[in-house]
Write a protein that binds this ligand. Structure first.
Ligand code: SF4
Ligand code: SF4
Length: 317
């Protein structure tokens, strides 16, 4: 009889080279593993096209790619998201493999059975499971039960909620339900278009009052959102200016990885750092000037503003 395989050991190594001493002290990656979703939220900004523009890789191939990143840069802090990431074929196998060497935050709508995670993946390499609650597609009680089961199995969890005007009404009730189970409930402001209006600029005073009362944080500028000063938070097309507005470490310490393997400097910048699947990816060796004048990223790594952003990244403490 063949004995059961030895459980694989988690290996975590420090950030390699100069990045160890460069804030935030660890390379960070947002991986949009797919752009497919089984929900159709009215406020979704992803669009609902079925993905056709990228190749599905077997789990072994992804684990090899992430092993290469591990060898070159050490353990990275990775947010795995989508679409709904768990729809990727053999997703939990991939998650199990990469969480043995990287620190993973999983963002999911949690439509799946929590046992898929609990039975296959160790909580050790998962820094957080962020369950995005979408009331148009799942009752709160069902969602809460799942996230509590994941928390009780040893994972750190959080509920995320997008403050779309479409679903703001019952937010207070959901917050109370999460608090009752001792689960963090984070509301982020809605950025984008809904029913022909641009947000966050178009929140009514009444909606702003609700958001303020609920202590909403913002994806773009926690400080300005706290004061509800929306003056500098216009959402618009990407514009470049002659003189770079700032020097930013995004690209050197961070990449935004698309489903086809193309690695961008960040979610706004057009600068491509190579392709992870084709083996041409490398982080920048230094922070570069950025010519985009309407960057509203609340975590942009502008040099000289480290006090604002260093604690917003999962670095090495
Ligand atoms: S769960 Fe997320 S990706 Fe899916 S439709 Fe809703 S907002 Fe869009
Ligand atoms: S300043 Fe903003 S747009 Fe420019 S690289 Fe940094 S995060 Fe990206």
């Amino acid at each position: 009889m063949i004995p059961p395989a030895e459980p694989m050991q988690r290996r975590e190594i420090a950030t390699k080279g100069f990045r160890k001493d460069t804030l935030p002290g660890r390379a960070c990656i947002t991986w949009l593993i797919n752009n497919k979703c089984n929900y159709r939220c009215s406020y979704c900004l992803n669009g609902f096209e079925e993905p056709t523009n990228f190749k599905i890789l077997p789990s072994e191939e992804w684990i090899r790619i992430w092993e290469d990143i591990y060898q070159r840069y050490g353990t990275v802090a990775m947010q795995v998201t989508g679409g709904e990431p768990t729809l990727y074929p053999r997703f939990f196998e991939i998650l199990k493999g990469i969480s043995l060497m990287h620190n993973i935050e999983l963002q999911t709508n949690l439509f799946w059975d929590p046992r898929l995670l609990i039975d296959q993946v160790s909580a050790e390499g998962i820094s957080r499971v962020g369950g995005s609650f979408h009331p148009e597609f799942t009752p709160f009680e069902v969602f809460l039960k799942k996230i509590v089961a994941i928390r009780d199995a040893g994972f750190r969890v959080e509920i995320n909620y997008v403050a779309s005007p479409a679903i703001l009404e019952r937010a207070e009730e959901y917050i109370a339900g999460a608090k009752d189970k001792d689960i963090q409930f984070s509301i982020i402001s809605f950025v984008g278009e809904y029913q022909g209006k641009k947000y966050p600029e178009s929140y009514t005073q009444e909606e702003k009052d609700i958001l303020k009362k609920l202590n909403v944080t913002s994806g773009e500028s926690a400080e300005s959102m706290a004061n509800w000063d929306l003056e500098h938070k216009k959402v618009g097309p990407i514009k470049e200016v002659e003189v770079p507005a700032r020097v930013c470490r995004m690209g050197q310490m961070y990449t935004w990885l698309k489903p086809d393997g193309e690695a961008m400097r960040c979610c706004k910048s057009p600068l491509v750092l190579g392709n992870m699947i084709e083996g041409t990816f490398a982080f920048l060796d230094e922070a570069l000037p950025c010519k985009l004048d309407n960057c509203i990223c609340w975590r942009n790594m502008t040099l000289g503003e480290e006090d604002r952003w260093q604690d917003r990244w999962p670095g090495v403490k």
